[in-house]
Design a protein around this ligand. Structure first.
Ligand code: FAD
Length: 490
């Protein structure tokens, strides 16, 4: 059945709902009416402070000035994620949004030199990794070999986007949806609020968070469960007061007994959380472990969140398209939720601006793209766990011995046997990202690239040494992250 879209109802006013609304009113320029319905009583999840570089494309698309954004959200710059204790307790590595030099060779070259006794981490060849370790940050110029993202307050970001969307013509209705009426074809005709108000629409964007009010509860779309591979299912979150002037330009993810802990610096506070698997640690113990790690005065009691990793089988069914947590969640290890929201928005916008009624093919295209992204990101996240050498608790014994998804097992085999990294960028993580995790987890190809085997060892070492020194010297001249930020904020 084809569908015309004059009235779009966005159910939910969290980051997803307001990101969708701001993009729709900006991109559709009055061609459709956009109404956001949210319940203040239910509120929003309010975590989700670390992002992926593509957030900058989204902000640019809707015309947001970086300074306004950073001021409104207590934002800081992010160069990547520092993973502590994932391979072994006491070892750490960095996943950055930058290059390691000549990628299609240097990874095998590097592996070769590791076998010959070179002990430095691969990160010394990467500008943003060295910047991060030294606490430096500058905005990249056109020649720079890196991208950056942000940390921000998710509640403030939603409020910032709400103002922007309302200024550009979005409608806003407060109230709890208690009933959903269906159309004869099975789609949604209207949502009804507690006080009896009824809101009709042609297209409903379900941004109702973990409740998945329309796609999950009403249309009963099945859930594809990933918890065998990604067993974390809860998180304690507890921000603390910021201590001192300095700000790390990265997220820290530290592996613990039954999960991992995040540390995210904002201008006014530091976000802390412990993501854990209730199969391997009980919630009280996870809470204690978080409290023991805090590096500042807690700003309130820790808050417990529960979730299941996975996604809805289809994302767009009839006239309901789910974006955000209502469509699925892959755990926050690589800060991919907001990226997936943004990706969903951009694919939805492409279809809505095509200038013709939407049909079954459009929905199938959308669903296929979303499922592929979830699967690829799932595999990328599993890679962080399955290569561990830790065997000190049940969680680590489980993830190091579990049978991997075939898609991931294939990619790992390609790398191990031939040093080949697939060049995907559709799922957000390109070959450089895969290399960073393989290298950080000391997982190298079994054989040398024959081309690089021809390079005399001294020449290769000299080239690596030269690049390392040049990077170190240029980073030394860069300002500290908090100084760059203060200058930007003006
Ligand atoms: P929510 O914020 O839950 O919003 C749901 C909305 O629906 C609310 O406005 C609510 O009022 C409304 N609603 C629900 N039911 C009704 C009803 N019956 N009537 C009316 N309104 C209703 N993402 C990242 O990108 N980076 C991170 O670092 C990150 N960390 C995370 C850590 C944890 C522990 C968790 C659980 C998530 C994390 N995320 C992260 C995910 C991120 O928080 C979400 O993707 C993002 O906030 C979007 O949430 P949402 O808008 O889909 O849902």
């Amino acid at each position: 059945m084809t569908q015309k879209v004059d009235r779009i109802v966005v159910v939910g006013g969290g980051s997803a709902g307001w990101m969708v609304a701001a993009a729709l009113v900006t991109g559709l320029k009055g061609r459709a009416c956009v109404e956001v319905v949210e319940s203040e009583d239910i509120g929003i999840i309010g975590v989700g402070e670390a992002t992926f570089p593509s957030i900058r494309n989204y902000n640019q698309l809707i015309g947001v000035d970086e300074r306004d954004f950073l001021r409104a959200t207590n934002g800081t710059y992010k160069l990547g994620i520092r993973f502590c204790d994932w391979l072994d307790v006491g070892k750490d590595y960095f996943h950055t949004f930058g290059h390691f030099g000549n990628l299609f060779g240097s990874q095998t070259l590097w592996g070769q030199h590791r076998r010959m006794g070179l002990t430095e981490p691969l990160g010394v060849q990467c500008v943003p990794t060295v910047m991060a370790m030294k606490g430096r940050f500058v905005l990249p110029d056109d020649q720079a070999q890196f991208k950056y993202a942000y940390h921000f307050d998710a509640v403030q970001y939603a409020a910032f986007l709400r103002n922007l969307a309302l200024q550009r013509g979005a409608r806003h209705t407060l109230g709890r949806i208690t009933e959903v009426s269906r159309r004869a074809d099975g789609g949604v005709a209207a949502v009804q609020l507690e006080d009896g108000r009824r809101i009709e629409g042609d297209l409903f964007v379900d941004c109702s968070g973990f409740r998945s009010l329309l796609l999950g509860r009403t249309l009963e779309e099945p859930f594809v469960d990933f918890s065998h591979w990604l067993p974390v299912d809860g998180a304690w979150a507890c921000p603390t007061e910021r201590v001192g002037e300095e700000l790390t330009p990265y997220t820290q993810a530290t592996a613990l007994e039954g999960g991992w802990a995040w540390r995210i610096p904002l201008q006014n506070r530091t976000g802390h959380g412990h993501v854990f698997s209730s199969r391997f640690i009980d919630a009280d113990r996870a809470r204690e472990q978080l409290l023991a790690r805090l590096d500042g005065k807690p700003l309130g009691e820790p808050r417990l969140l529960r979730f299941t990793t996975g996604h809805r089988e289809r994302f767009w069914v009839h006239n309901v398209v789910a974006i955000g947590l209502s469509s699925g969640f892959l755990e926050p290890l690589e800060s991919t939720s907001i990226y997936l929201i943004q990706d969903g928005i951009s694919r939805l916008m492409t279809l809505l601006t095509a200038g013709r009624p939407l049909d079954e093919n459009d929905r199938a295209l959308f669903n296929d793209g979303a499922a592929r992204r979830f699967t690829r990101i799932r595999d990328f996240i599993i890679l962080h766990y399955c290569l561990t050498r830790r065997r000190d608790s049940e969680l680590w014994r489980h993830v190091s011995s579990m049978v991997l998804p075939e898609t991931l097992a294939f990619r790992m085999e390609l790398w191990r046997r031939y040093g080949v990294l697939h060049e995907y960028d559709e799922e957000g993580f390109d070959a450089t990202s895969w290399l960073a995790i393989h290298a950080g987890m000391e997982h190298w190809p079994e054989r040398n690239d024959p081309v690089f085997s021809e390079i005399p060892r001294e020449r290769a070492m000299a080239a690596l040494d030269q690049r390392r020194k040049a990077i170190a010297a240029s980073v030394e001249r860069m300002p500290q992250h908090h100084r760059t930020l203060l200058k930007m904020l003006g």
